[in-house]
Design a protein around this ligand. Sequence first.
Ligand code: PMP
Length: 406
Amino acid sequence: MDYEAFFTGALDELKGEGRYRIFAELERRAGAYPRARRHGGTGPDEVTVWCSNDYLGMGQHPKVLGAIHDTLDRCGAGAGGTRNIAGTTHQHVCLERELADLHGKESALLFTSGYVSNWAALGTLGARIPNLVILSDAGNHASMIEGIRHSRAERQVFAHNDWRDLDRRLAALPKDQPKLVAFESVYSMDGDIAPIAEILDVCEAHGAMSYIDEVHAVGLYGPRGGGIAEREGLMDRITVIEGTLGKAFGVLGGYIAASSALCDFVRSFSSGFIFTTALPPALAAGAAASIRHLKDSSEERQGQQDRVATVRARLKAVGIPVMDNDSHIIPVMVGNPVHCKQISDWLLEEYGIYVQPINYPTVPRGTERLRITPSPVHTAEDVDKLVDALSEIWSRCALSRVAVAA
Ligand code: PMP
């Protein structure tokens, strides 16, 4: 086989479909978020980032940076081993306590990313609980899908957010078969929110465990940033809450929070936990500082919600097609991968506005979009510039606008 020809052929196919990904090379600057320096390209050197998952700007927060600096100076760079062998530091243990407390659970278990936490936890539960059937929401993230696949457990996919479909499927299974229902709270690309209470009612009626991915909600919702389940008073009814430290908390890492027995079980049997180097202690300390701050302060959450409402209203007022939802994610619908890339390029090169195009397979074909994520540190002037730029581009391409109510 001509391996090189195979690789370039596959990439050419992606390019032909307008789906080939080109990364913007950014240099984030402490204290200057959402501004970043862009390397390469022909547009402005300084850009305003409108598509980051550092939703609250915590990746630049003085308390987070202070904790990281301090721990780095005292403890050095790496953890020095896997959690099993020399890599469990005081910072990891403190962070796990902080996370268990955040979700009102007995215990929490850290992983190197949210992806790994889903993959490892679902993979382990699915592989190790005899005869387990996993019911997975049709909109679930790749990390959950891969974890479930990897487990080789029996799997059923239920219609997205459709607790009635879930109910029918659970009812059709043998009463004594172990069951686990995996779903998310805020879905990252449409920004829609799961009917958690109804799903939990159904799980409880059929004796199923529940596993919720709150990756796009932790830090952002609930009085202490525990997520949508905290906001809705449902955390104690959920078997496993999974989250990330890499988005609203601004650092890196993933976790599950659950009973002591379940966390200990995953800790003891999961290869994705056991056989990999632990997170650097400085990052664990930074994440703990971020969680602690957001437990006490709602200022960032409120600032973000205000900014989201303004951006959404302003885009709608000029007829830009925004998908409606009740979260902080604003999908601007384009519906064509080539247009989506072109709009993103113009925003970057002409206006210094960075919004990465989102294409298949991240979203279904025909629903290509720009995913805008306002933060509390975007200014009113940033909003004006974004709305004016998108409006100008929409006119330039004669893209259809949504009728604006008089
Ligand atoms: N779950 C969902 C729903 C996600 O969107 C993502 C990442 N985009 C992850 C898990 C993985 O989290 P992390 O980025 O921390 O690996």
